[in-house]
Write a protein of this length. Sequence first.
Length: 226
Amino acid sequence: MANLIEVKNVGKRYERGGRPFWALRNATLAVAEGEFVTLLGRSGSGKSTLLNIIVGLLSPTEGEAVLCSTPLSGLTDEAASELRNRAVGYVPQGAGVLSTLTVLDNVRLPWYLAHRGPEPEGRAQQLLEEVGLGDLANQYPSALSGGELRRVAIARALMCEPKVIVADEPTSSLDAQTAREVVSIFRRLADKGTGVLMVTHDTFSVDVSDRLYDMAEGVLTERAKA
């Protein structure tokens, strides 16, 4: 299986009060096709810094990040944006949906923002069916629960047929049953060949992940699975 995400000895240094502060130290991580990887860590541990480096929104101080076989160092902002739009489905913290659009149009939105022309017939509706929301396509976000909005965000992330899904705290503030349902969607996506990287402080995905990483004080370590 080819690696879709590769992070090699990556570090990120900032200046704080005139002194260097390392938000990330010597991090190495990989996510392959069809693999579900969970990165666990508390708020402030460096997870978001690593995530931003992985998707090309932040440049590392040292080391290298490779996304879908493309080294991110040296890419222009425009080229990095094009790569993200083409290869990555991003599920942000919270739902991040637009209240003025229907559920269906929220899912369609990335396709049109990427200037891909007419939507493949029925794709957005099919994605909503796959996450169990087909009957809510014409509703507005205000009518949906928190868990349903997370599923909309997942369907939207899949609209442009990405090779890899990156999910930032997708189970936060959800009840246990809904969180497990969200995790099960990611597991099914990985089983179909999509690479999935889930960043979280919850443990709902531990048992169904292929590999686990822990992040603490900017240091990333791979956890041996039982």
